[in-house]
Design a protein around this ligand. Sequence first.
Ligand code: RP5
Length: 169
Amino acid sequence: MHSKPVVSILMGSDSDLEIMNEAAKALEQFGVSYEIDISSAHRSPARTSEFSRGAAARGIRVIIAGAGGAAHLAGAIAAETTLPVIAVPIAATTLGGLDALLAMVQMPAGIPVATVAIGKAGATNAGILAAQILATSDPALAAKLTAYKEKLARGVEEKSRKLRESRGK
Ligand code: RP5
C-alpha cells in the first residue's frame, strides 16, 4: 500500500504474523491503506506506549491488535488512545487462545476493546470491521462492503442449489 495508512495492524510477536496477515488481506480487498508492525505490551512497553500516543496524530483511524497468551496488547493500546481498537486473540499457548480471548474481552469499564474470534476468522473480521468503521464516513467504501455481503449471500445460494441438485430436488 502506498497511500498514507489509516489502519494500523500491530502484533505482539512475529509468531503472530501468519494470523494477522488475514487482517491485512481483508483490508487490501477493500482498498484500505494500512501499516503492519510488531510491539509487545510486556516486552516493549515503552514502544507500545509511544505507538499508542502517536497513532491518531499520524492519521491512523482504527487499530487492530493481535496477541496470544497473557494478551494485554490491545488493552494497553486502548488505555492510551481514543481510536477504536479491535483485538484478535491468537492461539499461542497450550490454552489454545482462550487465555488471549479472556484477557482481551474482559476490559474494565471505561477502556473498550472490540474483541473478535480466536485465530484467522477473527483476524479477517478485524479487517472487515475496521473497514466498516471507516465506511461510516466513506460512501465508496460502504458500497464495496455492501457488494461483499451480496457476494457472500450469492455464495450461499450457489451452495444451496448444488446441494439440492445433488439430491435430485
Ligand atoms: C505474545 O506471546 C505474542 O503476541 C505471541 O502470541 C506470544 C508468543 O510470542 P513469542 O514467544 O513467539 O515471541 O506476547
